[in-house]
Design a protein around this ligand. Sequence first.
Ligand SMILES: *[C@@H]1O[C@H](CO)[C@@H](O)[C@H](O)[C@H]1NC(C)=O
Ligand SMILES: *[C@@H]1O[C@H](CO)[C@@H](O)[C@H](O)[C@H]1NC(C)=O
Ligand SMILES: *[C@@H]1O[C@H](CO)[C@@H](O)[C@H](O)[C@H]1NC(C)=O
Ligand SMILES: *[C@@H]1O[C@H](CO)[C@@H](O)[C@H](O)[C@H]1NC(C)=O
Ligand SMILES: *[C@@H]1O[C@H](CO)[C@@H](O)[C@H](O)[C@H]1NC(C)=O
Ligand SMILES: *[C@@H]1O[C@H](CO)[C@@H](O)[C@H](O)[C@H]1NC(C)=O
Length: 604
Amino acid sequence: MLSLASLLYLFLFLPLVISDDARPHELTIHRDIHTRRCTIVRARRIPRHRRLSGEHHAFGFSRILFAGDRDRAVEQVTVSATNATTLQDHFSQICPDFDNTLAEVLPTTVTGASQQDAFTLSENGNEGLSQEGVIPLEVTEITVSGPSSNRVDVTFFSDGYCASERDKFISDVTRLVKEISANQTFHSVAPLLNFWAAFTPSEESGVGVGGVPKNTPFGLYRDGTELRGLYYAKPEVARDACNSLGDRCDYAVLVGNDPLYGGIGGEFVTVTPSTVNGALVLRHELGHSIIGVGEEYDGGFAYFGPNFAHDAQRLPWAHWLSTVPNGSSSPRTRRIERSIMPFQAYPWTILNATAPWRSVFHSSGTYTRHLVRFSLSGLPAAHQLSVRLDGKDLPWAPLPGIGIDRWHYDIHRSDALSNGQHEVVFKLLDAEQEGTAQLCSVEILEYGTEDEFDARPGVYGVFPTFSMDNKTTYRPTNEDCLMRLTVSPHFCSACAEALWLTLLEHIDLFEESGLDVYCSQLHTIIRTNLVPFSGEEQEHPYKIQWWFDGNILDDYTNHTELMLTGDAHGEVAVHVRLNIPEVQVDPEKLLSSERRVWLLGMCK
Ligand SMILES: *[C@@H]1O[C@H](CO)[C@@H](O)[C@H](O)[C@H]1NC(C)=O
Ligand SMILES: *[C@@H]1O[C@H](CO)[C@@H](O)[C@H](O)[C@H]1NC(C)=O
Ligand SMILES: *[C@@H]1O[C@H](CO)[C@@H](O)[C@H](O)[C@H]1NC(C)=O
Ligand SMILES: *[C@@H]1O[C@H](CO)[C@@H](O)[C@H](O)[C@H]1NC(C)=O
Ligand SMILES: *[C@@H]1O[C@H](CO)[C@@H](O)[C@H](O)[C@H]1NC(C)=O
Ligand SMILES: *[C@@H]1O[C@H](CO)[C@@H](O)[C@H](O)[C@H]1NC(C)=O
C-alpha cells in the first residue's frame, strides 16, 4: 500500500530514484581456465537484477570470453546478490582460494551513477568529465533510448585517435552503431539499449604493431603486422574509465583507429572501424559478452549457452525445432544432420611466392557434397592467388572493394570427395603482395545428400559443430547465426531469445515512476509509463490488463491509461506483458511486470 506521501509523490511526477541501499551488488571475476585462480575485475552496484527475488538472493553466471582461442580465453563469472554477505558467501564457493574478504572491494556507494545527474550537459549534449585517476572522457550520446538506470549501456572508448581526429571517432562509432542496430542484429532490442562514445585524445594516431603499443589511452596493438587480434595493454585504465561512468557503461568497447580487420572479445571488446569487418567483429563479440553464448563456428574450444548441446535429446532450442518438411505440424525427429569436417586449420600465415602453403587431408568418400571455406587478407585481386584442391583451380573472387582487408570465401562443390588422400594448396602468384597477403583460416566440410543434411536457412535441427580437437557438439541451425557465420548480420532464434531475456534481467518494463496518477475534471487518471517500442513491427507490443480492487477491468485491456471517478478509492493493479515473437519461453516472467497504486479518492 502506498502512503499518502507516496501518493502525493506520484502526483508530482517525480522520477523514482533507486536508493543506493536497494541496489544489488555485482561482482565480476576472471577465473583462469587452467588454474581456476580468481581475479576481481569489477565490483559495482547495479540498478536491479530481476532474477534476484524473494527466494534467490544471489545469481551467478559464467561464460568463456574469446572462446575461439584457448591461449587467450578467459572465464568471466558475474555474481549479483542482494547484499554483501550473500555475495561473499556465493563468491567463496566460486573462488575458494581467494584469500581476501570482499569488504575492501565492494562499493558502499554507487560509483558514477549518482554523479550522472550532476554532470553538466552542454548545449550539444557533450559532457566534460574528469575524475581523479581517470583519463579525461568526453561523453557523447550516439543513440539513447532511455535512462541508463533502466537500460543496458554500451560505451565505445577511443584509442589511437588524436585530438584532431575526434570527429572521425564520433562518425566511426555512429556508423558501427548504425550497422549493428539500425536495421539488423540488435535492431529489435534497440529500445533496451543505449550507445555512447567516450572520447579521449591520443598522443599518437593508429594502433601498435609487432606487440608494441603506441602512446594511446588503452595501448591497443597487433601482435605482428598481420590482421588478427587487437589486444590491449592497459586494462586497468579501461576499467577505471568504464567504472567512472557508472550505469552508463555496462559494456565497454575499445575502438582502435585502424581501417583494417582486428578485434577480440574479453573483458573489453576491441574493434576497428574497418568498413567491412568492424560491425562483423563487434556484433559477434557483443554476442559473447551480452548474451553469454559460445561459438558456433568450427575449430573453437568453448561451446556453451543456449545455442549449444552435447546431446541431441537435450536441446536448449527444442521449442524452436522446425516441423517436418512434409507440411504436417509434427516437430522434426532429432536426427543429426549428416556432415563431417575432414580438414581445418587457422594458419594466420603470411604467404610468399616462393613456397605455396599446402596441406593434405583424408576423406572417407562417403559424403556427397563439400565446402571449401577460407579467409584471406592482403589480396585485392583474384589473379594474385591460386587456390587448388587436388590440382584443380577453385575459382575465388575477392569481395568487391575489399582491398587488403580480411574477408571470408565459401566454395560449395556439388561432387563427392573420393575415399583417400587430398591436397589443398594456396599459392601466392603475385610477389608484390608478399608481406601483406595472408591466409587466415581454411576449412573443408563434407555433407550428406539434401535429404541427409538440410542446409536451408530457417531450418532448426541438430547440426554438428567440430571443435579444434575435432570433438562434436551441436548447434541449432546450419548457418543462420552470426556466432557461426560471422559475415551474417543475424542471430538465430535461440540466441535472439536469450538476448531479450538477458537484457530484461536489468530492465523493468515500467519506466521510472511506473504509473502516473493525476486528476482531471473530477476524474482519476492512471497512466502507464512503459519502455517505449516503436517501429512498424512492434507498434503494440504490450498486453495490458487492469484491476480495480481485485476485479479485472476488461474494457481497459491494452489501454495505456485508466480513467476512474474522482472519488475512486481502492487498489489499482496493472499487469503488462511484452509480446515478442522472438521469445517463446520465459519461465521467469522477465517479459512481464506489474504495478499497484492505492487511491484515496482525492480527485474531487
Ligand atoms: C543478506 O541477505 C540474506 C538473504 O536475504 C539475509 O538472510 C541476511 O540477513 C542479509 N544480511 C544483511 C546484513 O542484510
Ligand atoms: C541494413 O543497412 C545496411 C547499410 O547500413 C545494408 O547494407 C543492409 O543491407 C541493410 N540490411 C537490411 C536487412 O535491410
Ligand atoms: C510427415 O512426416 C512425419 C514424420 O516423418 C510423419 O509422422 C507424418 O505422418 C508425415 N505426414 C504426412 C502428411 O505425410
Ligand atoms: C574428425 O573426425 C572425423 C571422424 O572421426 C574424421 O573423419 C575427420 O577426418 C576428422 N577431422 C580432422 C580435421 O581431424
Ligand atoms: C613461404 O611460405 C611457406 C608456406 O607458408 C613457408 O613454409 C615458408 O617458410 C615461407 N618462406 C619464406 C621465405 O617466408
Ligand atoms: C492486446 O494486445 C495483445 C498483444 O499486443 C494481443 O495479443 C491481444 O489480442 C490484445 N487484446 C485485446 C483484447 O485487444
